[in-house]
Structure formats: structure tokens, C-alpha cells
Write a protein that binds this ligand. Structure first.
Ligand code: NDP
Length: 293
């Protein structure tokens, strides 16, 4: 078993991004700039946004955080997004999900200028992804692709099972793993809560991508020997063992599953760190107008 080490790979790619950000600053007189909107006080969201902002600073990007109370109206958010869309010196805009119930996430996502949609959630980017055209890939699937590339994981002709069909992870991941490219060219099965015989399907997988949000969902008896596992899940549990007061678990029962695998991502230290790299890469590409002019 070998770890797919998100820490190692993310640090390496961030060092490359830092060099490119410095070159961009030299040429344009400004830093690549990511704006984030955070609504409410959800513990997980706070942590993710703080980490995204911190990583921006680390690689020499400018970051701006706009915080709103959970009572904010949809119109207020829409107006802010329109204002940021029009700002020539903001390259990327993300709105941290989930949003309070009274706000329609689809309306918010579609208001973001697709040329600044560095989370890759806008229908234009998702449609372009489907056609294998230049676009901002959703940050988590993009991060997973980088990890597979870095470890030169063979994907062509493999059975890949993606567990979970969310718009932000499972669904785009299934598209990317099946497209005619590397990493890709897999035979992909996308399973979800209505799937029958899920265990049997997962047992056939050469590559398992778990994005469900349930601790220890993937158990050792579901995994064939030598499988490659990417664990997207981030399940927070309160803990007295850590300084932060909580502990993170993936969707995979790492302790029992890892010995059977050829490659596996740990949680924490795997896909989550690569998601941030995906976001930084998209922001840099936006600043440099590499995708849209
Ligand atoms: P969602 O809750 O949007 O989707 C979960 C998916 O899992 C759904 O498609 C659901 O099926 C499926 N599912 C739930 N229960 C079962 C079950 N018993 N059997 C089969 N399928 C099931 O989650 P996200 O995709 O947003 O996130 C998934 C996990 O990944 C979470 O832990 C989240 O925190 C984490 N995450 C991590 C990121 C990272 O950077 N590492 C980034 C984003 C998310 P159905 O559609 O039928 O309801």
C-alpha cells in the first residue's frame, strides 16, 4: 500500500503556483485575486474558507473575504456578486456552500460570471467540461486528477466506481474519469443512495472514489485487493484528543481498508488539500486569461 500524499503533492504544486504568481505580479503589477463570500457561522465552512484564504496568501495571491450573517437576503448576495463580477481586479469568486435554506444555491451559482467561477460550478463550465473544452474544472475533481497524474496511476480501461452523485464532486468526477484523456478512459459506474447491490458493484472496482459524507461507509469487504482509493469524505466529529476540539474522518474505513489497496488517500492529508490546489490553479488561470480571454 502506498499513500497518495495530498500534503506532499499540494506543497509541490503550490511552490510552482507561487513562482507563476510572482511572474504575473511582475508583468501586470498586481497579484492574482480570489474573492470569497461566506454566509453564517457553520464550523466546517469557516474552516474551509479560512484555509483557502491562508493558502492564497501563501502563494502570493490577494484574497478578499465578504462575510454575511445567515439572515442575509438572496438579493443582497446577488448584488454583491454582480459588483464583484464587474471588478476587473478580481479574478475568481467563490461562494462557500451550503447556504441557508432561504437562498437558492442555483441562482447564486448562475449569477457568478462563469469567467470568474473558479469553483467550476457554473453550468457553462460544467457543460464545457462535458465537451472536453477549456473550462474551470470543479476544484475537488480537478485536485483528484492532479493526484492521479502525480502518482502516474494507470486509469485507461479500469473499472472506476464513484460513490455519490453531487453536482460538485461525484457527478463531475464520473464525467472526468470516463472522458477520452488521461487521467480518464475508465469504465465508470456512478452509485448513489438508490443503487441496488452497491457492495457488489464496488467490489469490482479498480478505482474507488468515495464522496458520500458518511464515516467508514467503505469497508474492507467492499474493496478488492490492489484497488486505488480516493476518499473525498470529510466527516467532523467532536473530540477531546485534538486542540481544535474535533477530528476528521473520511468515508473509508482507512484502518481496515488501506492494507488491501495499492494506493489510498488519507483523511486528513489527501483530497482536501488537493481541492485547495485546484482552486488556486483555477484562480491563476483566470488571472492569466488562460481559459477565457
Ligand atoms: P452530498 O451530500 O451533496 O452528496 C452525497 C452523495 O452520497 C449523494 O449523491 C447521495 O446519494 C450519496 N449517498 C448518501 N448516502 C448514501 C448511501 N447510503 N449509499 C449510497 N450513496 C449514498 O455530498 P458532497 O458530494 O458535497 O460531499 C460528500 C463528502 O465529501 C462530504 O463528506 C463532504 O464534506 C466531502 N467533501 C470534501 C471535499 C474535499 O475537498 N475533500 C470537497 C467537497 C465535499 P443521493 O444523491 O441518492 O442522495
Amino acid at each position: 500500500m502506498q499513500l497518495l500524499d495530498g500534503k506532499l503533492v499540494s506543497e509541490k504544486i503550490k511552490a510552482e503556483i507561487e513562482i507563476e504568481a510572482a511572474e504575473f505580479l511582475n508583468q501586470s503589477g498586481r497579484k492574482p485575486h480570489l474573492a470569497a463570500i461566506l454566509v453564517g457561522n457553520d464550523g466546517g465552512s469557516e474552516t474551509y474558507v479560512a484555509s483557502k484564504m491562508k493558502n492564497c496568501e501563501k502563494v502570493g495571491f490577494k484574497s478578499s473575504l465578504y462575510r454575511y450573517d445567515s439572515s442575509v437576503t438572496e438579493e443582497e448576495l446577488i448584488n454583491k456578486i454582480i459588483e464583484i463580477n464587474a471588478d476587473a481586479e478580481t479574478d475568481g469568486l467563490i461562494v462557500q456552500l451550503p447556504l441557508p435554506k432561504h437562498i437558492d444555491p442555483d441562482r447564486i451559482t448562475e449569477t457568478i460570471d462563469h469567467k470568474k467561477d473558479v469553483d467550476g460550478f457554473h453550468p457553462i463550465n460544467l457543460g464545457r467540461m462535458l465537451r472536453n473544452l477549456p473550462c474551470f474544472l470543479p476544484a475537488t475533481p480537478y485536485g483528484i486528477l492532479m493526484l492521479l497524474k502525480e502518482y502516474k496511476i494507470e486509469t485507461s480501461g479500469k473499472n472506476c466506481v464513484v460513490i455519490g452523485r453531487s453536482n460538485i464532486v461525484g457527478s463531475p468526477m464520473s464525467v472526468l474519469m470516463s472522458r477520452n484523456d488521461y487521467p480518464g478512459n475508465c469504465t465508470v459506474t456512478l452509485v448513489h443512495s438508490k443503487t441496488q447491490n452497491l457492495k457488489k458493484i464496488v467490489q469490482e472496482a479498480d478505482i474507488i472514489i468515495a464522496a458520500i459524507g458518511k464515516k467508514n461507509f467503505v469497508t474492507a469487504d467492499m474493496v478488492k485487493d490492489g484497488a486505488v482509493i480516493l476518499d473525498v469524505g470529510i466527516n467532523r466529529e467532536t473530540s477531546t484528543e485534538t486542540k481544535s476540539g474535533f477530528k476528521l474522518y473520511g468515508d473509508v474505513d482507512f484502518e481496515h481498508v488501506a492494507p488491501k489497496t495499492s494506493f489510498i488517500t488519507p483523511v486528513p492529508g489527501g483530497v482536501g488539500l488537493m481541492t485547495i490546489v485546484g482552486l488556486l490553479k483555477n484562480t491563476l488561470a483566470s488571472a492569466k486569461k488562460e481559459i477565457y480571454s
